[in-house]
Design a protein around this ligand. Structure first.
Ligand code: ATP
Length: 237
């Protein structure tokens, strides 16, 4: 049974149709990549899944339950956690406060901060800087904080939007290593990336979007070697 199943999503911004009927699925334990050029509809797909945008048509099923139209808070409660593009950390709060905010949805649980040690182990730099305000971190560190904050919610499905955007190549490598490591430890991840080469390199399966439609789908490695993908997304003739 897929963990998440999206069927025929149509999304509009005013009169602009951003998604023309996207269908995809994610099985437990997978990294699934969504690749595509600027404006292909990758972020919009994530926003519909996490309830930030209501689709004009189509359905989202999580663990076989229809979650279309639930509030973002209701979707978070089910364990679908969105780590947004552009990091969006709380700049004037400390690293530790940011991480605690990630566990806000678990505040009524017995041990809402159960993931804190794991997150600080995964990102030692966050432990070192835990009392520093987030706006004093480098871009790469802020990205790690954004991922760490999402992990504090103990996601069943992690939606990662462009985690490598604007980062130096070395930091990009670290981020992709962390994503693989998280997955090996059991996390299921939907990864949106413009860095198609890297994303397809670690994804079990992938979907290539083009102006709001799925153009290709298949194992990450297969897409990496597909001449159409090479031409369109990897800058190869
Ligand atoms: P990027 O990597 O540039 O974010 P993307 O594949 O994530 O690209 P989306 O952000 O999902 O693409 O955008 C899909 C389409 O919807 C684009 O044509 C975009 O211009 C449009 N769009 C996105 N957000 C809005 C908005 N808030 N208002 C109007 N149009 C929007």
């Amino acid at each position: 049974m897929p963990l998440l199943r999206v069927e025929g999503l149509v999304a509009k911004y005013g009169n602009t149709v951003a998604l023309h009927g996207i269908s995809l699925e994610i099985r437990p334990g997978e990294i699934v990549a969504l690749v595509g050029a600027n404006g292909a509809g990758k972020s919009t797909t994530l926003k519909v899944i996490s309830g930030l945008i209501r689709p004009a048509a189509g359905r989202v099923f999580f663990q076989d339950q229809d979650i279309t139209g639930l509030s973002p808070a209701g979707i978070v409660k089910r364990g679908v956690i969105h780590c947004p593009e552009g990091r969006q950390v709380f700049g004037r709060m400390t690293v530790l406060e940011n991480l605690k905010m990630g566990a806000f949805c678990r505040r009524r649980e017995k041990n809402p901060l159960s993931e804190l040690d794991k997150v600080l182990e995964l990102f030692p730099v966050l432990r070192e800087r835990q009392n520093q305000t987030a706006n004093t971190l480098s871009g790469g560190e802020q990205q790690m904080l954004a991922i760490g904050r999402a992990l504090m919610a103990r996601p069943k499905l992690l939606l990662l939007d462009e985690p490598s955007l604007g980062l130096a190549p070395k930091v990009v490598t670290t981020i992709f290593e962390v994503i693989s490591e998280l997955n090996r430890a059991g996390s299921t991840i939907l990864l949106v990336e413009q860095n198609a080469r890297r994303a397809l390199g670690i994804a079990h399966r992938a979907y290539a979007l083009e102006v709001g439609r799925v153009m290709l789908e298949g194992p990450g490695r297969e897409l990496l070697n597909d001449p159409r993908v090479k031409k369109a997304y990897l800058g190869e003739a």
